[in-house]
Ligand binder design. Structure first.
Ligand code: F6P
Length: 526
């Protein structure tokens, strides 16, 4: 199977993508509309033969059956023995979803009602600022979505503190009035060292400001007893179950800061957008299924063509945290070297995902994308219109730039064209030399996702699209996309290194490099 894909890739590696558009139906055929969005993957080497090979791959790997199993509450997270049911958090229907023989839907609806009650209380209170303290999935989802939905904010200001670097919380607290600040401690496990350290610092700050901590902390966690031990009583804890993975948790209590910022109705619209994508994912045939196609394009570029990274390039400034969000979603989910059964993968796992919003990236790293030696498939995202109707000309420029980039990647600029550009300034060998630097190889793949406007509902659909893409890629690679053992070793070693950094313990047993680095720290502390 992988051999078929690789041999198809070998056959078309040097083919002109631009020539593929001689087929006037290409753009329409290799694109898809769903949930009000358009996904265009025609600017790739994928043709009819390749598409059917990719769809065959999805069929062979039982994507549809595993998808149905996921929605039905099967324990797909096999290494942790857990269901994968973030989709239940946004399910509207009353249809039962069973986990271990128990219907979880009444709990889901109750939690959403509790969130609304808490959010409305906060919005109606004297708190002017809310600080979400969390990291990874307990930060990136709400931070990304809260920024994305800035035009819908009508509640207290929301801030996000994640890094254990004291600079993060210090810079945030410096802006705030202790009397008017509410802290949300967001941690599924309620043991994460960064979050617990920041939460303690918040407590100390309130104490030092002479403000009682009572009523100033809310916890979002699956570990109620740890929250209680920490001093947050059960009635101030919004809980969720272990079948909600951290990086898939923005739809429930971890999204509380977002709900506080935009209100319950907008939050429900956000869930609604995700739900329409869920429905599409569950019902559309694989070849017309947006998450499936997005995943297959990813597989084609990474496992087929061998491109090592993919750039996510939102032409939407408010999606500036989307690349970071997707880095966790995609790389923590599919950055694995063993298959579900513990054997070593026989194919590359997920790619490096990175990016920045356009047009900023154009003035930074696009040089490499256009003329570097590595081919980097680019995923552009753009809204048909912005929220700033009085600045529509800005949006026109934004769209023009987005489309120009995918066109430039496709078309490139030949040596003759480059020569013509500079022939008035140079002649002979110098003309050739100068022209070479101005050549764009082109024939570089990109996809474009278009949506009407970055509304709560559109954002919900976009995030759900990416979540399902990760699921499909993971299924095809036979990876468990829902554990993250790869983060454990560093955590354990950091705990052991703590006393060595503070010079309470000698660096016995450490390698020479680590000892040297510890030595530098201790010598250079005032
Ligand atoms: O370190 C990885 C991780 O476990 C992520 O998967 C998770 O989103 C993050 O840490 C935060 O975990 P918690 O919500 O338990 O604090």
């Amino acid at each position: 199977m992988w051999d078929t894909l690789k041999s198809l890739a070998g056959n078309v590696a040097d083919r002109s993508m631009l020539d593929l558009f001689d087929d006037k139906s290409r753009a329409a055929f290799f694109s898809l509309s769903a949930c009000g969005m358009l996904f265009d993957y025609s600017k790739t080497q994928i043709d009819h033969t390749i598409l059917s090979a990719l769809v065959d791959l999805a069929e062979t790997k039982d994507v549809a059956a595993r998808r149905d199993a996921m929605f039905a509450g099967a324990a797909l997270n096999e290494t942790e023995g857990r269901a994968v049911l973030h989709t239940a958090l946004r399910a509207k229907s009353e249809a039962a979803v069973f986990v271990d023989g128990r219907d979880v839907m009444s709990g889901v609806h109750k939690t959403l009602d509790d969130m609304e009650r808490v959010a409305e209380q906060v919005r109606a209170s004297d708190f002017t600022d809310v600080v979400n303290i969390g990291i990874g999935g307990s930060d990136l989802g709400p931070a990304m979505a809260t920024l994305a939905l800035r035009p819908y904010h009508d509640g207290p200001r929301c801030h996000f503190v994640s890094n254990v670097d004291g600079a993060d919380i210090a810079d945030t607290l410096a802006l705030l009035d202790a009397e008017k600040t509410l802290f949300i401690v967001a941690s599924k496990t309620f043991t994460t060292i960064e979050t617990m350290t920041n939460a303690r610092t918040a407590k100390t700050w309130l104490d030092a400001s002479g403000v009682s901590t009572e009523g100033r902390f809310i916890a979002l966690s699956s570990n109620q007893s740890a929250a209680a031990e920490w001093g947050i009583p059960a009635e101030r804890v919004l809980g969720f179950e272990d079948w909600v993975g951290g990086r898939y948790s923005v739809w429930g209590p971890i999204g509380l800061s977002l709900m506080i910022a935009i209100g319950a109705d907008n939050f429900r619209a956000f869930l609604g957008g995700a739900q329409t994508m869920d429905q599409h994912f569950q019902t559309a045939p694989l070849a017309q299924n947006m998450p499936v196609l997005l995943a297959l394009v990813g597989i084609w570029h990474h496992q087929g063509m061998g491109y090592g990274t993919r750039a996510v390039l939102p032409y939407d400034n408010r999606l500036s945290r989307l690349p970071a969000y997707l880095q966790q979603l995609e790389m923590e989910s599919n950055g694995k070297r063993v298959a579900m059964d513990g054997t070593t993968l026989d194919i590359a796992s997920g790619p490096v995902v990175w990016g920045e919003p356009g047009t900023n990236g154009q003035h930074a790293f696009y040089q490499l994308i256009h003329q570097g030696t590595a081919v980097i498939p680019c995923e552009f995202l753009i809204a048909a219109e912005g929220h700033e109707s009085d600045l529509a000309h800005h949006h026109d420029l934004l769209v023009a730039n987005c489309l120009a980039q995918s066109e430039a990647l496709l078309r490139g600029r030949s040596l003759d064209e480059a020569r013509a550009k500079v022939s008035d300034r140079f002649q002979g060998a110098e003309l050739d030399r100068q022209a070479c630097h101005r050549v764009f190889p082109g024939n570089r793949p990109s996809t474009t996702l278009m949506y009407p406007k970055l509304t709560p509902s559109a954002l919900g659909a976009i995030i759900a699209l990416y979540e399902h893409r990760v699921f499909v890629e993971g299924t095809i690679l036979n990876i468990n996309s829902y554990d993250q053992w790869g983060v454990e070793l560093g955590k354990e070693l950091a705990t052991a290194l703590g006393p060595m950094v503070s010079a309470q313990q000698p660096p016995d047993g450490k390698d020479g490099s680590t000892q040297q680095l510890l030595g530098y720290i201790s010598e250079n502390r005032s």
